[in-house]
Design a protein around this ligand. Structure first.
Ligand code: HEC
Length: 197
């Protein structure tokens, strides 16, 4: 797997799992993020066929948070979707997420392949608990264009419905193949006795 490293506020991000990351935590994160991607693609495609674009707004607005809540419960983690330009201000990126999004956007612009996943691993002050932060790029696909694409690609009834719910909507103007955002996960786990120094 391709590696990327970059420094942001003294934190090093590595595109491949660091050795210290327990496979079980990483496996949980991979499963939860993969599940969200898969379910969203499936639900959106089915819903758009059945109810049209304007009738599918709740798939991205309500189904995605519901799937994330399920994964949070199943795997004891926290999960969000974020991007450089967001539709819902509640999805705004934190500092690390913003730096990563900018880095990934830059890689895409210079035609470098993006990593499938990025992990950041940190140890808390007590030295007994550690935090894994895990990120998965979310790409713009054909099915997303009707709600996140250039304004002329979004039907008038969808523009109206989105405008009413998201007066500060910045989640538009994305082209197919561009980076729409990332899925961001945080997991906390006890460090096994054998690894405590
Ligand atoms: C039918 C309209 C619709 C379609 C199609 C759609 N979305 Fe969304 N999307 C939304 C809405 C509405 C929100 C705001 C959700 C919220 O309130 O959290 C959103 C939010 C998001 C967010 C969270 C960041 C933000 O901007 O708030 C991501 C990431 C995202 N969508 C990705 C996608 C991807 C990838 C696709 C295609 C696979 C897609 N969406 C297709 C309507 C749509």
């Amino acid at each position: 797997m391709k590696k990327i490293f970059f420094m942001t506020a003294g934190i090093i991000l590595a595109a491949t799992p660091l050795l210290a990351v327990e496979p079980s935590s990483l496996a949980k994160a991979t499963a939860a993020a993969g599940r969200l991607n898969l379910e969203m693609r499936k639900s959106l495609t089915l819903s758009i066929l059945k109810s049209g674009l304007a009738g599918s707004i709740d798939v991205c607005a309500k189904d995605a948070p519901a799937i994330m809540a399920d994964q949070e419960k199943n795997f004891s983690l926290t999960m969000k979707r974020t991007a450089l330009r967001v539709r819902n201000p509640e999805n705004s990126p934190d500092g690390v997420e913003k730096a990563l999004l900018e880095k990934l956007d830059g890689m895409l612009k210079s035609r470098e392949p993006l990593p499938q996943e990025v992990t950041l691993f940190s140890t808390t002050e007590s030295g007994k608990v550690r935090t894994l932060r895990y990120y998965k790029p979310v790409m713009m696909q054909g099915v997303c264009v009707g709600c996140h694409g250039a304004p002329d690609k979004i039907p008038a009834d969808v523009v109206k419905a989105l405008g009413a719910r998201y007066p500060k909507d910045k989640g538009v103007g994305y082209k197919e193949g561009e980076l729409r955002g990332i899925i961001s996960l945080t997991l906390r786990e006890n460090i096994p006795e054998s690894e405590v120094k």
